[in-house]
Write a protein that binds this ligand. Structure first.
Ligand code: NAP
Length: 269
C-alpha cells in the first residue's frame, strides 16, 4: 500500500503494546519476522522502544526491510520536547530514522497540537522520519489540523473493530488521503459468542482472521498484537479468502461505538 507521500507501507503490522523486554519481545519479533511481518508499531508511552530496538538487532532484522512506527507521548508534546523525544526514540530503537512518527493523542489544547505538529513537519523535512501522522483524531480535530498545517498527516491510527467504528471518520480520512491504521483490531481477544464465532465457522477461519479481513477489505491496516508464535502466524495468514459483502455488513451492524480508551473529544492526558 502507499501513503499520500508515495512511500510504501505493509498491509498488516505487529503492535507491541504491553510486550515485555527480553525473551518475550525477542521471541515475538523473531517469530513475526519469520511469519512475514514487516511493520512494527511501538510508542514512547509503551516504554518498550529500547526492547524493540534490541529485539530487531537480536534477530538481525535489516532496518531497510521494515516499517517502524513510534508515537510522541502526551508528556512530550510541544515543539522542542517533541523533537527531543524523537531523538530519544531513535536512540532507543537504534536507528537513524522512523518510517512514521505519530502524535499519540490529540488533546484539548489546540496551540499545543499545532506546536507539536510543526515539530513533526520539521522532523519530516529533516529526513528523521519518512512520514508523519496522528492517532485518535476525530473529524473536527482533523479539520482543524488540515486548516492550519503546512504538511497534511499521512496516517490516522484509531481504534477500529466491529464494536467501534465511525463511517464519517473513515470517509473523511479517505477523502483526504489519510491512511487509517486500526488499533485493537482483535477486540483485545474478546470475540463474544455469537456473530464472530459463527462467521469463523462459516469461512473455516479463526475469529481473529475474520476480524483482520474486515479491516483489510476496507483498505485499513490492522496492527494486531500477539506474543504467541502460533497466533502471530495465524494473524498474518489472512490473504487467501474474502468476506462476502453481506458479512462485512453483518460485522458493521455490531457497532456500539464502544471505546476501550478515552473519548478524544473530551479527554486530555
Ligand atoms: N494509537 C493508540 O492510541 C493505540 C492504542 C492501543 C493500541 N495501539 C496499538 O495497537 C496494537 C494492537 O492493539 P491491542 O494490543 O490493544 O489489541 P488487539 O491487537 O486487538 O488484541 C491483542 C490481544 O489479543 C490476543 N490475541 C492476539 N492474537 C490472537 C488470536 N489469533 N486469537 C486470540 N487472541 C489473540 C493477544 O494475546 P497474546 O499476545 O497472548 O496472543 C492480546 O491479548 C497495540 O499493540 C499497539 O501497538 C495503539
Amino acid at each position: 500500500m502507499e501513503l499520500s507521500n508515495s512511500i510504501q507501507i505493509p498491509q498488516i503490522g505487529l503492535g507491541v503494546y504491553k510486550m515485555e523486554a527480553g525473551d518475550e519481545m525477542n521471541n515475538a519479533i523473531g517469530a513475526s519476522w519469520d511469519a512475514g511481518y514487516r511493520l512494527f508499531d511501538t510508542a514512547q508511552m509503551y516504554r518498550n522502544e529500547a526492547a524493540l530496538g534490541d529485539a530487531l538487532k537480536f534477530n538481525q532484522i535489516p532496518r531497510d526491510e521494515i516499517f517502524l512506527i513510534s508515537k510522541v507521548d502526551n508528556s512530550n508534546q510541544w515543539y522542542q520536547p517533541t523533537l527531543d523525544s524523537l531523538q530519544e526514540s531513535l536512540k532507543k530503537l537504534q536507528t537513524s530514522y522512523l518510517d512514521s512518527f505519530l502524535i499519540h493523542w490529540p488533546g484539548q489544547n489546540k496551540e499545543r497540537m499545532l506546536s507539536t505538529w510543526q515539530a513533526m513537519e520539521h522532523a519530516l523535512e529533516q529526513g528523521l522520519v519518512r512520514s508523519i501522522g496522528i492517532c485518535n483524531f476525530e473529524v473536527s480535530q482533523l479539520e482543524f489540523l488540515l486548516d492550519h498545517c503546512k504538511i497534511a498527516p499521512m496516517i490516522n491510527q484509531i481504534e477500529h473493530n466491529p464494536l467501534m467504528h465511525d463511517e464519517a471518520l473513515l470517509s473523511f480520512c479517505n477523502k483526504h488521503s489519510i491512511q487509517v491504521i486500526a488499533w485493537a483490531p482483535l477486540l483485545r481477544g474478546n470475540f463474544g459468542t455469537d456473530t464472530i464465532p459463527k462467521l469463523a465457522e462459516k469461512y473455516g477461519k479463526t475469529e481473529a482472521q475474520i476480524l483482520l479481513r474486515w479491516n483489510i477489505q476496507q483498505g485499513i491496516i490492522p496492527i494486531p498484537k500477539s506474543k504467541n508464535p502460533g497466533r502471530l502466524a495465524q494473524n498474518i495468514d489472512v490473504f487467501d479468502f474474502l468476506l462476502e459483502p453481506a458479512d462485512i455488513e453483518l460485522l458493521n451492524s455490531m457497532n456500539e461505538n464502544r471505546r476501550t480508551s478515552h473519548d478524544p473529544l473530551t479527554f486530555d492526558f
